[in-house]
Design a protein around this ligand. Structure first.
Ligand code: PLP
Length: 424
């Protein structure tokens, strides 16, 4: 379900006209539907209800404080991957015991902060990292709970840049090494390994890869149990796919119906880390057509949003639906166009859509790039010294600016010209 629909030929987010938003706040503009975010969270929570899961929303997908707070208020925990995301989690009011922390490269300072705060688990990605957490915990006179992230070596059938559970990926620890680490866990005086974690990739539309990875995990946990090692939690990661184009991804309840039987007998507590599933279709990027450029080969709609605002098409060749904010009756019977929707950045990779069938469109019209709620703003940058976009959250007919557009001064705020260059 998502809350972006046409009403009287204009696109609405919940009860607010996207055209009015673009006019009022300017473009590029990210528009999020609060109720879509919550609906997706609740769907997953209900589907896994019998197992009483902790759903740790993956902050990297969309890390705006308002999105985090909305989910925390509904009972979500957070999955963080850096000191910056940990800072955001606390800033948004997340209880420490609802935070899990993954990343192959946690620094000493980041570990120290998370140990001091007493987060639920570090998702540990290597033996040297486990040593570091043990050492830092000892220094701080704490015993820290950790999960071992296992690399289950499964093929998640998604884009190669977003697979994370194959043995050639940098993530997690292989089964054999994990098993021997767990059997000598007593050697780590200041950590307790309470959980196992997997995250096999992103935008996975079928349950098969999850089923295969989780079954292997349950078998490992059973083997460990038989040897006196008790694992309390299984964190099955995120990765649930959504509809961008013609995908038919599993629903939350179909997914749960495949996963719950696998863990039913085990008595394990379950954690999920969805990102895209919750926010992907809860956000759009609104952009304005600056020019319609006809060449002998192609038509380009040159818009004011670029790869710095939404890098997914350039990075993963990702598909995003692009639709006009206003459907004009006058053009319903005119011939459409095939166009590339491109940004103003000086890179040929700066496109939002390629060879797309669209109605005949004109300068000044607004377009909505759909499915931009996940890995949109959070992956955006200032490349070409472009200010990052404004973000608004819609709650029925109410509009909240949840991040102001950056100013030109923001672009240079932390830069200094050394005195010698100023002749001083
Ligand atoms: C460890 C971990 N958990 C969860 C996620 C969220 O993935 P998704 O947005 O596909 O649900 C990611 C994404 O890369 C991740 O690395």
């Amino acid at each position: 379900m998502h809350e972006f629909r046409y009403r009287r030929n204009t696109l609405y987010c919940e009860d607010v006209s996207v055209f009015d938003l673009a006019d009022r706040f300017g473009t590029p503009l990210f528009v999020y539907s609060y109720h879509t975010v919550i609906d997706h969270y609740v769907k997953l929570q209900k589907a896994f209800g019998p197992a009483n899961p902790l759903i740790c929303y993956s902050v990297k997908a969309n890390s705006n404080l308002a999105v985090l707070k909305a989910l925390i208020d509904k009972g979500a925990g957070l999955d963080v991957v850096s000191g910056g995301e940990l800072f955001r989690a606390f800033k948004a009011g997340c209880p420490a015991q609802r935070i899990v922390y993954a990343s192959v490269g946690k620094t000493e300072g980041e570990i120290e902060e998370a140990v001091r705060r007493g987060i639920l688990f570090f998702n540990v990605e290597s033996t040297p990292e486990l040593n570091a957490i043990n050492r830092i915990s000892k220094k701080l006179r704490k015993v820290t709970a950790v999960a071992l992230r296992i690399n289950p070596d499964v093929e998640p059938k998604t884009h190669k840049f977003i697979t994370t559970g194959k043995i050639t990926n940098k993530f997690g620890i292989d089964f054999a090494s994990a098993e021997s680490l767990l059997l000598k866990a007593h050697a780590f005086s200041h950590v307790t390994i309470k959980a196992l974690h997997i995250h096999i990739g992103s935008q996975i539309t079928e349950s098969g890869p999850f089923v295969s990875a989780i079954s292997r995990m349950v078998r490992l946990i059973r083997r460990l149990n038989n040897r006196g090692v008790r694992i309390e939690y299984l964190n099955i990661g995120g990765g649930l796919g959504i509809v961008y184009d013609k995908e038919a991804p599993q629903t939350a309840s179909a997914f749960a119906s495949k996963i719950l039987p696998l863990i039913k007998e085990s008595g394990l507590k379950i954690i999920l880390e969805p990102g895209r599933f919750i926010v992907g279709n809860a956000g759009i990027l609104v952009t304005k057509i600056l020019y319609v450029k006809e060449t002998r080969r192609k038509t380009f709609l040159i818009v004011d949003a670029g790869m710095n605002d939404l890098i997914r098409p350039a990075l993963y060749d990702a598909y995003h639906r692009v639709i006009p904010v206003k459907v004009k009756k006058s053009r319903l019977h005119t011939k459409g166009i095939i166009a590339d929707v491109v940004g103003p950045i000086c890179e040929s990779g700066d496109f939002l859509a390629k060879d797309r069938k669209l109605p005949a469109l004109h300068e000044g019209e607004y377009l909505a790039v759909m499915g931009a709620g996940a890995y949109g703003f959070s992956m955006s940058s200032n490349y070409n010294s472009r200010r990052r976009a404004e973000e608004v959250m819609i709650v029925k007919d109410r509009v909240f600016v949840i991040r102001k557009r950056e100013s030109l001064e923001d672009l240079v705020r932390n830069e200094n010209i050394p005195p010698f260059l100023l002749g001083l």
